[in-house]
Design a protein around this ligand. Structure first.
Ligand code: PGA
Length: 250
């Protein structure tokens, strides 16, 4: 039985004071059957480690550079995150692919570097509106899944998280339908099965992301291949975020 996972991606939001308020509120979530993770900006990671210590809420990073240390101005290594207590890291988010030119190969190197530090990658995949219109959703998602997991083995794949985030649904206020999300989540699981076998495909957790809120989370969680959600906008509102988490606990 896969444990439900609700992860919040704050993106580039939250000054220190705003993060303080949000972390304090989220820290009040009550432990349940689902896991709860917040991914604040790097500037608030120290606050997250402090406020969430001893609570049921875990924290992760939104990005990482795939090298142990060195001349990479402005970057953060997996080891730097690990020593602070980081357990999760988002990789391959469409905003990074589109705005920062991240390639499948680069995403795969991040996944490998995180696994080497026992940080669980949350690998994001998903098609654009145009790719969906052209009937290329399955092909695009397969390529991103295979590339992202390209440097992992079956045991590692089983522990990973893959977030299906159709680019057209992110921040759009209009989510995919649960049926649309399930169709692709099932395909992702099939891709993992073909590459790594049954144990990996049954273990890997697949999230849906893209305009998830308290009003639609239950419909996604009711689908057999969707194990939780990656949440952007709604993760910035503590009450809404905890309400989503509580639905996953129910
Ligand atoms: P959204 O973002 O919930 O604001 O649509 C999701 C994401 O980008 O992970």
């Amino acid at each position: 039985m896969r444990r439900p996972l609700i992860a919040g991606n704050w993106k580039m939001n939250g000054t220190a004071a705003e993060a303080e308020a949000l972390l304090t509120a989220v820290a009040s979530a009550e432990a349940g059957r689902a896991e709860l993770v917040v991914c604040p900006p790097f500037t608030s990671i120290g606050q997250a480690a402090h406020h969430l210590s001893g609570t049921c809420v875990q924290w992760g990073a939104q990005n990482v550079y795939p090298a142990p240390s060195g001349a990479y101005t402005g970057e953060i290594s997996p080891r730097m995150l690990k020593v602070l207590g980081c357990r999760w890291c988002i990789c391959g988010h469409s905003e990074r692919r589109q705005l920062f030119g991240e390639t499948d190969d680069f995403v795969s190197r991040k996944v490998r570097a995180l696994l080497d530090e026992d940080i669980t990658p949350i690998l994001c995949v998903g098609e654009t509106a145009e790719e969906r219109r052209d009937g290329r959703t399955a092909e695009v998602v397969q390529r991103e899944v295979e590339a992202g997991l390209g440097a992992a083995d079956a045991a590692e794949a089983a522990q990973m998280v893959i977030a299906y985030e159709p680019v057209w649904a992110i921040g759009a206020g209009q989510a995919a339908t649960a049926a649309e999300a399930e169709e692709v989540a099932a395909w992702i699981r099939e891709c993992v099965f073909r590459r790594f076998g049954a144990a990996a495909s049954e273990g890997v957790r697949i999230l849906y992301g893209g305009s998830v809120g308290s009003g639609n989370i239950a419909s996604f969680l009711a689908e057999p291949d969707i194990d939780g959600a990656l949440i952007g906008g709604a993760s910035l509102r503590a009450e809404e975020f905890i309400s989503i988490y509580n639905t996953a606990n129910a």
